[in-house]
Structures are given as C-alpha cells and as structure tokens.
Write a protein that binds this ligand. Structure first.
Ligand code: ZN
Length: 406
C-alpha cells in the first residue's frame, strides 16, 4: 500500500469511528466484474423459496440468517468499514481505465492520484491535495461512500423500465430503447417499477445508506445490462475528477477589499461553473473514446455509456433535491449543490448540447444521442415524480436526513 493510500485509509477509519452509527458496508454485486457469478446467483435465488439454502463461494447466506429480511442479493450484505478499501480497489480500476484512455488522447498528468470513499455528504466527488506543500505531486480523489452503491442500485432500478432481449445471433443481452415500449413497461405496474427508485433515494437520504432500501431481484439479463451502465457511471464520475486534474488548477484572484472580493467571488463562481462544464465534456469524451476502442458500433456506446450517464444526472438532481427539501422542511427549488458544481440538470443540458452540436458529426449519431436524452427524460420523469411524493411524506412525518448530509 502506498504511503498516501495508507494515510487515506487511516483518515477513513477515523471518520467512520467518529460517526454515531457507522454506515453499514456492503460488498455489492458491482464489486465483482464477473457477470456470470451474479447471473448464476440470480437464477439460484429464483429457483428457491429459501435463499438461506444457498451457499456461494466463500459467502454464506446462512451466517447472515439473523438479518434475513435484508438479504436478497449476493454481496448486498453488511460488512465492516475496513472493507471500504475494496471500494478503493474498484474505483482504482476505473481510474486506470480512464487514465489509459485519457493518455491515448494526450491528456496525461504527473500527479499521483489516490482514490477512495469517505462519508462526504456530497453528491459530487472532489480532488483534494494530500498535503499543503506547493510542490506536492499527490492528490486524493474522494467519492461519497454511498455513491458507488447508489449508482449500482440506480442502474438496477432503471432496468425495471426497459424490456431486455437477446439477439438470435448474439448471446449478449441488449435492451429496447423505444420510448413507447418503455412507457408500456412502466405502465404494466407503475407502482412497482417507480417505487424502487423512490425507496433508493429515501434510503440514501434518511439512512445515509442506499442499501437500506428493500431488496429485490431483477432478471439475469437485466443484471448484465445494469452492470454495464454502472461501469459507465462510475467511470464518468472518476473521469470528471481526472479531467479537473489534467486541466490544472484555476487561477486565484487576489482579494484585498470588499468590492474586489465580491467581484472576485463572482468571477470565481463563473470560472468554477465553466471548469465543471468543461470537465464534464472532457470526462464524457474520455469515456466514449475508451469504449470506442472496443466497440465500433456507436449505438452500443450510446445505449451503454451515454444513456446511463444522462440517467445519473437526473438521479443526482433528485438526490440533492431530496436532501435540500428535507433539510429545509419544505419543497425546495432544485438548486445547486453546496460546492462549486452547477445543478446536475444544468450540467446534463450543457453536456447534451455539446455532444450533439460539437462532438458527434453524423446525423445518425446525433439522432441516437437525442433518443437517449429523450428516453432518460421520460423514465426519470416517472421515477422522479414518485421520489418527490415520497419526500413530501418524509417532510410531513418529520423524518430527518442522515447526519452525513448535514
Ligand atoms: Zn467537478
């Protein structure tokens, strides 16, 4: 373990010990890159009335029998905070993936980056200096410890809305992104489909833990699709921070009197906004290029990389809105997060505009992206509506947000 990673780990441990109720750690399915393992377990769970009969690898559901009501899905169980290091391993894999693509594109950095999770209570990851020395060549990338799991369960919840299929010539699962078909899928049982998402938002906000939401199974094909969406979302989050690093530190403005300070703050806010949007563009560019190396079919990249990132912005918006609304005890306007980032929906709009106006050149690629944008808007409209109703009930009942958000 590198020295900076060891320091990060020690700080993580201190932070968790300080919390009254340490957030429960789970080894979620997204930790395992082997989709086959996940599929096998889903099939096993589908075939038994008693999930406690199943033992898989070194993992024994039996040992968790006392918490049976919380057990449905492999790896979605409770663990100690020390294993947050496993999150770090997954995020480090994402970072390697991102850095490799970025370097190919000519965006490299001489900084040493250490990535890990921390209960930051922010929907945005952050880049922090390891120490204050001016020549420090190390940076921490810090992601809220609930965010990777939130992204996983978000991807899973969205598969409820899309019909999955397999092409006869191709064993890989795919999904239909026809908007009318998706709407029909939601309408089959709107309560069941959209409630999963609302429960997820509520669990993260009120319990500080996305895993507090009730568990449920999705089909083996959906597991594969949600796994791919999850990777893209994770990689985008990491790539956004990587983009901040390669784009360098913003100029600092000297503040020497109050008028200048006000002006400086305004400039800085505008610079920050600009920096965030540019970092989103570079991040999207890096992630798309990484996948284009592997998949020549742009429609694949559109369905499995661009679409889930659009979905992510809606979800981050709902999450921030839920926190703000419950904290203030009222339905709030959907404002910006507490840090320098513009509101997630503004970032989505700017990113979408850039993609279709500047990034892709062909009409068919523009149409594909437009379609993903419309689909994300449609699905997340239904999902967000339910989440808002649930937040309204939480406000009425005086349910507070978890301390991590305050
Ligand atoms: Zn940022």
């Amino acid at each position: 373990m590198s020295a900076s990673r060891a320091r990060f780990h020690a700080a993580q441990a201190r932070a968790y010990r300080k919390l009254d109720n340490p957030p429960e750690m789970e080894l979620d399915a997204w930790l395992d890159s082997n989709d086959q393992i996940r599929q096998k377990l889903v099939v096993q769970l589908d075939q038994t009335d008693n999930p406690l009969d199943i033992e898989y690898l070194e993992f024994s559901l039996q040992e968790l029998g006392k918490r049976r009501e919380r057990i449905i899905f492999l790896f979605e169980n409770q663990r100690e905070y020390e294993l947050l290091d496993i999150f770090a391993d997954v995020l480090n894999r994402d970072l390697e993936f991102v850095a490799e693509a970025a370097e190919r594109m000519g965006h490299s950095t001489d900084q040493t980056l250490v990535i890990g999770t921390f209960p930051t209570g922010s929907i945005n990851a952050k880049v922090l200096p390891v120490d204050d020395t001016a020549d420090s060549r190390e940076r921490y990338i810090v992601v809220d410890s609930g965010l990777p799991t939130f992204a996983n369960l978000l991807a899973k919840a969205v598969t409820n809305a899309v019909p999955c299929f397999r092409r006869p010539d191709n064993s890989e699962p795919d999904y239909l992104n026809d908007i009318a078909l998706v709407e029909r899928e939601i309408m089959k049982d709107p309560q069941a489909v959209v409630t999963r998402y609302a429960e997820l938002i509520q669990s993260y906000v009120a319990n500080g833990d996305p895993n507090a939401a009730p568990r449920y199974l999705v089909s083996p094909d959906s597991v594969v699709i949600s796994g791919r969406w999850l990777s893209s979302i994770e990689q985008f989050i990491v790539a956004h921070e990587y983009a901040h690093v390669v784009r360098g530190v913003m100029p600092k403005i000297v503040e020497d009197d109050s008028v200048r300070q006000a002006f400086a703050r305004a400039i800085e806010a505008e610079l920050s906004r600009f920096d965030e949007l540019e970092s989103d563009q570079l991040a999207m560019n890096i992630v798309i290029e990484a996948y284009r190396q592997r998949f020549t079919d742009f429609e694949y990249v559109n369905k499995f990389v661009i679409f889930p990132i659009f979905v992510m912005f809606y979800a981050l918006s709902d999450l921030q809105w839920a926190v703000d609304s419950i904290l203030s005890g009222t339905h709030r306007e959907n404002g910006p997060p507490k840090d320098s980032h513009p509101p997630p929906i503004d970032r989505l709009e700017a990113l979408f505009k850039w993609l279709v106006e500047d990034y892709v050149k062909t009409d068919s690629a523009k149409a594909s992206i437009q379609h993903s944008y419309d689909l994300a808007h449609k699905i997340m409209g239904y999902y967000g509506g339910m989440a808002q109703s649930m937040v309204a009930v939480a406000i009425e009942r005086g349910i507070p947000v978890h301390p991590r958000w305050q």
